[in-house]
Design a protein around this ligand. Structure first.
Ligand code: TUI
Length: 315
């Protein structure tokens, strides 16, 4: 049994969060993860308030366990989504792609736990000082919108910089990754890519197959010049990004090329020209399992890893 402050704060059995992936992390996936003892998270991405509200209502029908909503701070609908979250008394809010500081007071006012994703020490300290309950330190190995630092370097530095619990994200998909994160001082992990390859995840089958077929160097970063770098699987779209960036195209042109492409891949299965956001750990994933098998399998494996490590250390 691995029990940390994250289990206490979030009232969950296993300190595992499911990444709030836009288009991918629906109420169905979030409820499956919460029912399996982790924390499921609905991904709001660029969706308007009413769409997020429907998912929250659905998740409440599918689970009695706590679940969260992820707010993507670059969305034009952040105000609407925060209002819906507050009205429905969602228990946990994670944020990504920006600074949620101005919303933290209102969220905490209704008892929500607030857990921002931080890509740096500076933002980690700022978020602790404005009342965050925990932090997700997400390394550049992650899929989607990414920062610069690796999980290995970011997590221990964040752990040393703050007193609130830290959850590691980026590059974790099995029991070895879980133990490694704990060794770095994290008190839990967040996984995205691994949960995409679950039975309960409703992404198009082509998306799951693309992840399973991906090798170690296939999840690459595009759009660094826009200031919003995104990690996704190498395909026609990433080649087009590369061509435009090399030609010195303005950021606006690159942003236009990316618009709507995640939905093309997730919903329509266009993995050739859509955006197949994925973390570097895609290369390790070779099967589709139930959410329950993923979570229980990780903890069983973590037990074995710890035993082997103890043997190596002569304990
Ligand atoms: O947010 C994510 N991953 C995402 S969001 C997303 S949707 C999207 N689509 C197209 C372009 C951009 C986004 C897909 N994947 N992960 C969490 C994360 N947050 N990674 C990095 C950050 C981050 C970056 C800067 C958090 C805060 C931040 O703050 C800057 C500041 O204001 O100090």
């Amino acid at each position: 049994m691995i029990h940390t402050r994250i289990c206490e704060i979030l009232d969950i059995r296993y300190p595992i969060l499911q990444g709030g992936m836009a288009w991918v992390a629906t109420a169905g996936l979030a409820a499956a993860v919460s029912n399996a003892g982790g924390l499921g998270i609905i991904g709001s991405g660029n969706a308007p308030g009413e769409v997020v509200e429907r998912e929250i209502v659905k998740a409440k029908e599918l689970t009695d366990r706590p679940f969260g909503v992820n707010v993507m701070m670059l969305s034009p609908f952040v105000d609407q989504v925060m209002e819906v979250i507050i009205r429905h008394r969602v228990r946990v809010v994670t944020t990504g792609a920006g600074n949620p500081g101005k919303y933290i007071g209102d969220l905490k006012g209704v008892g929500a736990k607030v857990i921002p994703v931080v890509p740096s020490i500076a933002l980690a300290k700022r978020m602790q000082s404005v009342g965050a309950d925990a932090l997700i330190a997400e390394g550049t190995e992650a899929g989607g919108h990414v920062g610069e630092l690796t999980t290995m370097c970011l997590v221990p530095q964040v752990v040393d910089a703050v007193d609130i619990p830290v959850i590691a994200a980026g590059g974790v998909a099995d029991g070895r990754g879980l133990v490694a994160a704990l060794a770095l001082g994290a008190e839990g992990v967040q996984m995205g890519t691994r949960f995409v390859c679950s039975q309960e995840c409703t992404v198009h089958q082509n998306y799951k197959e693309a992840l399973i077929n991906a090798g170690d160097r296939d999840a690459i970063v595009s759009g660094r010049s826009t200031g919003h770098p995104v990690r996704s699987l190498r395909n026609k779209l990433t080649r087009e990004f590369e061509r435009l960036e090399r030609s010195g195209a303005p950021a606006g042109e690159l942003e236009r090329l990316g618009a709507g492409k995640l939905k093309d891949a997730v919903v329509d299965g266009n993995t050739l020209a859509g955006s197949v956001m994925a973390g570097q750990i895609a290369g390790l994933i070779s099967d589709i399992k139930t959410v329950d098998e993923i979570i229980k399998g990780m903890f069983d494996e973590a037990g074995d890893v710890l035993k082997n490590t103890a043997k190596i250390l002569g304990r």
